[in-house]
Design a protein around this ligand. Structure first.
Ligand code: G6Q
Length: 548
């Protein structure tokens, strides 16, 4: 592979960065009243305002050149046409097929996958509706009132985030719970107070071998059998998996298995059978709206010119900061409590996809890749880490996300919430200079040494970049668009960094590591086969277990 850093597009961007390094966003806004119009786009009620970035028209032109030189359009077409772009696992990447409403065929190895995708969706939605209307009741005939999704990583974060986000579309008499951690506190708390006769367990695991999920599923099964007997398992357990053999061994009947193909990656799987918890929570019609929203973003991503393409723009801006302005992190701040799990969800999508150090060809990448993604719902984050965003020494680009309409009638709350969003992005961009700060301190009655001493602490450099994403309303369709926007953003960046965004060998490592140590923890003898720190920790744990 030719070095990305030596490409002409990269070199041009590096040179351009040096010429605009001294530019300040507040001056760019002052010099061009149409900056918002130039650097914002809308798609079906979703507005992306990227004008508060350290960019000019030339920056965006050069970034698009980089995307073209990296073959973005070619890779995008390869993904949508079912080619094997996840090369280290030898798989196609087709979460887009799961929400393909276009009627177009999508072929993998010469087979159109759409008829099976459609049939699996219909079956899953029919099951969800039957749970919702009570016709798919528990073993004693009681309707299901509580659904526990047992799964981790991609088999947890998507459904949990979407169910939280779409709470207003759910019924009070059908509650969703999520258990991911092998820490028994989580499943104990989830089971506490539930009636086994009206509880349905969804065991969500693509491989059906993940230790946390299998351990939690076994605990749930014992809990159920103790109350209702072994014959009740068939009415209270369903599995979402690609491993039919393992689900059968667990005792799941074929009728209770909802399968999906290996070309659905875990962190992109909420659109597949892994979305069953979502479908039960919001119903078939709303689930289809979620798919339609994602599909609308897919169609936009496939067809829109790079310079007007929302995921391309978000991806390129990320490249600009990581690779040309040395940003190491990226904040996601939803001004919506119902999107409180979005930062955790995007942590996985971005960091698991692009947290890689070798190219598709197995060579070391010669530039930084995925940033550290973190975030918190606004306004809560304002009272903690925003200090660093405003006055810290690091550059932290941030995405601010909100919906214009709220689902509640407390309009004054929503206005305060959104006022904070808009004011924060403005303050981060503008900062507060010396003259302004001096005047403010004087107005507060400070003079002389007291004023001079406080002045440097009250200055805000500004020039801190943000993207603003404004939805009309947080409904299933808008959420589908938002999630697909980020999925494709990550794709764009992976193409430019020339990495396989769809494998996760670092996560797979974690699935093996604990096994040896677990065996050692299960007997009383002290260990000496590790480094002294690990030996020390294991032996101290054993001592505390024995004498604690
Ligand atoms: C996601 C990852 C990972 C995976 C979990 C659970 O892209 O592959 O987060 O989803 O490790 O795996 P199973 O679904 O196989 O239990």
């Amino acid at each position: 592979m030719a070095s990305l850093r030596n490409s002409s597009a990269w070199q041009a961007l590096a040179a351009h960065q040096r010429t605009i390094a001294g530019m300040r966003m507040r001056d760019l806004f002052a010099a061009d009243v149409s900056r918002f119009d130039k650097f914002s786009l809308t798609l079906d009620g979703l507005l992306l305002d990227y004008s508060k970035n350290r960019i000019s028209g030339e920056t965006m032109r050069l970034l698009c050149d980089l995307a073209r030189q990296a073959g973005l359009e070619k890779w995008r077409d390869r993904m949508f046409s079912g080619q094997t772009i996840n090369t280290t696992e030898g798989r196609a990447v087709l979460h887009v097929a799961l929400r393909n409403r276009s009627g177009r065929a999508i072929e993998v190895d010469g087979e159109d996958v759409m008829p099976k995708v459609e049939a699996a969706l219909r079956r899953m939605l029919a099951f969800a509706e039957a749970v919702r209307d009570g016709s798919r009741a528990g073993a004693t005939g009681k309707p299901i009132t509580d659904v526990i999704n047992i799964g981790i990583g991609g088999s947890h974060l998507g459904p949990a985030m979407v169910c939280r986000a779409l709470k207003p579309f759910q019924r009070a008499d059908l509650r969703l719970h999520f258990v991911a951690n092998v820490d028994a506190n989580q499943i104990s708390e989830a089971l506490n107070g539930l009636d086994p006769a009206s509880t349905l367990f969804i065991v969500a695991s693509k491989t059906f071998t993940t230790e946390e999920t299998m351990t939690n599923a076994a605990t749930a099964k014992s809990w159920l059998i103790e109350a209702l007997g072994g014959q009740a398992v068939g009415r209270h357990f369903v599995a979402l998996s690609s491993n039919a053999e393992a689900t059968a061994a667990f005792g799941i009947e074929p009728a209770n298995l909802f399968e999906f193909r290996d070309w659905v990656g875990g962190r992109f799987s909420l659109w597949s059978a892994i979305g069953l918890a979502i479908a039960i929570a919001i119903g078939a019609e709303r689930f289809e709206e979620l798919l339609s929203g994602a599909h609308a973003m897919d169609e936009h991503f496939r067809a829109a010119p790079l310079a007007e393409n929302l995921p391309v723009i978000l991806g390129l801006l990320g490249i600009w900061y990581v690779n040309f302005l040395a940003a190491e992190s990226h904040a996601v701040i939803p001004y919506d409590q119902r999107l409180e799990l979005l930062p955790a969800y995007l942590q996985q999508v971005e960091m698991e996809s692009n947290g890689k150090g070798v190219t598709r060809d197995g060579e070391a990448v010669d530039c930084a890749t995925a940033p550290i993604v973190f975030g918190e719902a606004g306004t809560i984050g304002q009272h903690s880490f925003f200090q660093l965003l405003h006055q810290g020494t690091r550059l932290v680009p941030a995405d601010f996300i909100a919906a214009a309409e709220s689902h509640h009638s407390l309009a004054d709350h929503h206005a305060i919430l959104l006022a904070n969003f808009f004011a924060q992005t403005e303050a981060l961009m503008k900062g507060r200079g010396e003259a302004e700060t001096r005047a403010e301190l004087k107005a507060a009655g400070l003079t002389g040494e007291a004023l001079e001493g406080l002045l440097p602490h009250k200055l805000f450099a500004g020039n801190r970049p943000t993207n603003s994403i404004l939805l009309r309303r947080l409904d299933p369709r808008a959420l589908g668009m938002l999630i697909a926007l980020y999925e494709h953003k990550v794709f764009v960046q992976g193409v430019i960094w020339e990495i396989d965004s769809f494998d996760q060998w670092g996560v797979e490592l974690g699935k093996q590591l604990a096994k040896t140590v677990l065996r050692e923890l299960q007997d009383d003898r002290p260990v000496d086969g590790h480094d002294s720190s690990t030996n020390g920790l294991i032996n101290e744990y054993k001592r505390l277990q024995l004498f604690g």
